[in-house]
Design a protein around this ligand. Structure first.
Ligand code: IVH
Length: 662
């Protein structure tokens, strides 16, 4: 009996860990949240009933742990100091002179990129990650272990046979620029507020009380320093970095050993040139005395070490004045404060406006109208206001308040967390205009030549008052409008006519339902096949779809529950729009078939395999039921394979699947 319980607990732990890996590390969940929660609940119940089998390694103790109410404070291994900065060659040479003088000899350096992220400390006891913390005030930080556990480059276990009894390391949490852009693109599609820069995402992700939010962000940790080590210390920073790598930590790319300060200066110039080509943000290079004995001889100041210096790049940063703060009303009714700036050139681009995101950000920065502010740009990331230059205040600056009424339609504004929202929906001209621009956009119905400027013009001229009006535009109305000669008019009318047959997923996306981006729209189209089926779907049916949670389901139900929206859809149809059914019997080798993958695949990733099935007209599903047509069984296929066999479903090996798809 006890053996049975032990086996069951181990099986559950293994199964949950596998799903954690699929979900958090690889981003390809294969079971629904509900099923995952059920596995976790079963394990918890068994562990509570049999405390003798408790283990710190159990998923119930790690990422599966309940969300804490606040962060616990932790004292750092040693104070997390910062670095002294120099801005030019003279500063770097002066640093070298001090090093030479105080060690009594020439010194060599390790030059590293100065990563612009969030500084953290990681502690490993007997090879296992036990605690991770933010910098805090340098002495006491906050325990963010659960958040750090979700980052693939933070090893759960050190990758050596005999791990050190204890090691504490310091590193930087970063988000790559391409991932940052992807995240913001997705948020924009879903009508969510955008992040200002990758560093803010990294900082915000560490401050998340719910590690599941952090897990959804693609973060990296690059380590650069050993703080504490129970074994024989390496002799130099070069060896320390090697050791970090051997233990399984990630170190920054582009690190260089420089034999003297001239080589370090050349490295700085090279990296400054390379800076905009990198996929992560750096704001300088860190020049560190290589030999640890030399580092010891040089010692510390109160706030920073004497053996290293941050050799900064020229800032992509300028100071300018906020002339006013305007309000933008977005497609979903969110009011966004927009700083109107005295135009300023920041590394080759003229910046005249910058979003302030929301009132939280306005308060955090402490900006007032009339303030001088620093405007920053990094790589090709959008410019943002990083701080107020308080010394330049005259006392005439004005505090900014969110309007109580929508500036576009006058409806009283409602507050939802950090957002202020106009609830008028399509009755609000600003939202209607944005909704029309969204409907005609490339990713939605894609009406060629229907630019935002055209939407603005037609709207201002009163020619379109709803989305459906697009299809009633007349040649004589357009001709004569600014910029509308015969050719442009005919092209636009032709494009509108051509875009009357609309694929269901594009149409759903084009409706601009809150929280329904392209991906969710595609899922809905696939599941429901017709718009009518989707309109009738209730919350239970919607949440039954993998990836659709209660929040998205509510938005969909609310949207189709509003009479005005249904009337608009009817008007579109009456004006000639044909919404194409999503054919379940599409063409392809898996046309109309449901395929389930189980076990681990050797030659292809699970997500690639699913994509192949979809490209061939099939549906990749995760649960076994009688309407599944094929099960592809990889290595160690477990209960799903058993169930499939019982139900008489055709089972394919990975090789047979590959042969079929060829
Ligand atoms: S070494 C004793 N190396 O820069 C200080 N720091 O202003 C040891 N940083 O708070 C720091 N990249 O967050 C070091 N390669 C690197 C770094 C780096 C970025 C950050 C770190 C620190 C700040 C210092």
């Amino acid at each position: 009996m006890t053996e049975d319980i032990k086996r069951k607990i181990n099986e559950l732990r293994k199964e949950i860990k596998k799903h954690n890996d699929l979900y958090y590390t690889r981003g390809v969940p294969v079971i629904s949240d509900g099923k995952y929660d059920a596995l976790m609940a079963e394990l918890k119940k068994l562990e509570e009933a049999h405390p003798g089998y408790a283990s710190a390694d159990s998923p119930t103790m790690t990422v599966g742990a309940p969300v804490p109410q606040k962060f616990v404070k932790v004292k750092h291994t040693s104070p997390m100091l910062s670095l002294e900065s120099v801005n030019d060659e003279k500063g770097a040479e002066h640093f070298n002179e001090t090093c030479v003088k105080e060690t009594g000899k020439a010194v060599d350096y390790i030059c590293e990129p100065k990563l612009d992220g969030i500084s953290i400390e990681l502690v490993y006891d007997n090879g296992r990650f036990t605690s991770g913390s933010t910098r805090g005030d340098g002495v006491i930080g906050e325990d963010v272990t659960l958040n750090l556990k979700t980052i693939p480059s933070v090893p759960e276990k050190l990758k050596v046979k005999t791990p050190p009894r204890r090691i504490a390391v310091r590193g930087e949490v970063m988000m790559h620029i391409t991932d940052f852009q992807g995240l913001n693109k997705k948020r924009a599609e879903e009508g969510q507020d955008l992040f200002a820069n990758p560093r803010n995402v990294a900082a915000g992700s560490m401050r998340q009380l719910d590690w599941r939010v952090t897990a959804g962000r693609k973060l990296h940790v690059y380590c650069y320093r050993i703080l504490d080590y129970s074994e024989k210390w390496p002799d130099s920073q070069e060896d320390a970095l090697k050791l970090l790598k051997e233990l399984g930590f990630q170190t920054a790319p582009n690190i260089k050993h420089s034999k003297d300060i001239s080589a370090a200066i050349s490295y700085h110039h090279l990296m400054e040139e390379k800076r905009d080509d990198l996929d992560y943000e750096i704001d300088g290079v860190v020049v560190k005395v290589n030999n640890f004995r030399d580092q010891e001889r040089l010692g510390m100041r109160t706030q920073n070490p004497k053996w290293a210096v941050a050799y900064k790049f020229k800032a992509h940063k300028e100071v300018t004045r906020i002339e006013n703060i305007a309000i933008q009303v977005g497609r979903t009714g969110v009011l966004t404060p927009l700083a109107l700036l005295k135009p300023v050139e920041v590394s080759g681009v003229t910046v005249a406006r910058a979003t302030l995101h929301n009132m939280d950000q306005v308060e955090k920065l402490g900006v007032k109208i009339g303030d001088y502010v620093k405007v920053e740009r990094a790589g090709d990331v959008i410019p943002y206001i990083s701080e107020v230059v308080k010394e330049k205040r005259t006392g005439r600056e004005k505090t900014f308040h969110m309007p109580k009424k929508c500036p576009s339609c006058g409806t009283p504004v409602e507050r939802e967390d950090v957002f202020y929202r106009c609830p008028a929906g399509l009755a609000c001209p600003a939202q209607l205009k944005e909704a029309i621009a969204h409907y005609v956009s490339k990713a939605a119905v894609d009406i060629d030549g229907f630019s935002d400027k055209t939407v603005e013009l037609l709207f201002e001229m009163g020619l379109i008052k709803s989305i459906a009006d697009i299809y009633k535009l007349k040649r004589e109305e357009l001709l004569g409008l600014e910029g509308f000669k015969e050719k442009k008019t005919d092209n636009l009318l032709g494009a509108i006519e051509n875009a009357k047959d609309i694929a269901l997923d594009r149409f759903i996306y084009g409706l601009g339902i809150r929280n329904v981006g392209r991906h969710i729209a595609a899922l809905l189209a696939k599941r429901f096949g017709t718009l009518e089926n989707l309109i009738e779907a209730d919350k239970d049916e919607l949440t039954g779809i993998n990836e659709i949670g209660p929040e998205i389901a509510d938005c969909i139900v609310d949207f189709f529950g509003a009479k005005k929206n249904l009337e608009e859809i009817e008007k579109l149809k009456a004006n000639g729009v044909i919404i194409k059914k999503k054919e379940k019997t599409a063409k392809g080798k898996f046309a109309g078939k449901k395929v389930v993958f189980t076990g681990s695949l050797e030659t292809i990733s699970r997500s690639q395999a699913k994509k192949l099935v979809e490209e061939e007209g099939g549906e990749a599903s995760s649960g076994i039921s009688s309407n599944v047509d094929f099960v592809v069984a990889g290595e160690k296929a477990g209960s799903k394979l058993e169930k499939a066999k019982k139900l008489g479903i055709k089972v394919l090996t990975e090789q047979e699947f590959q042969n079929l798809i060829k």
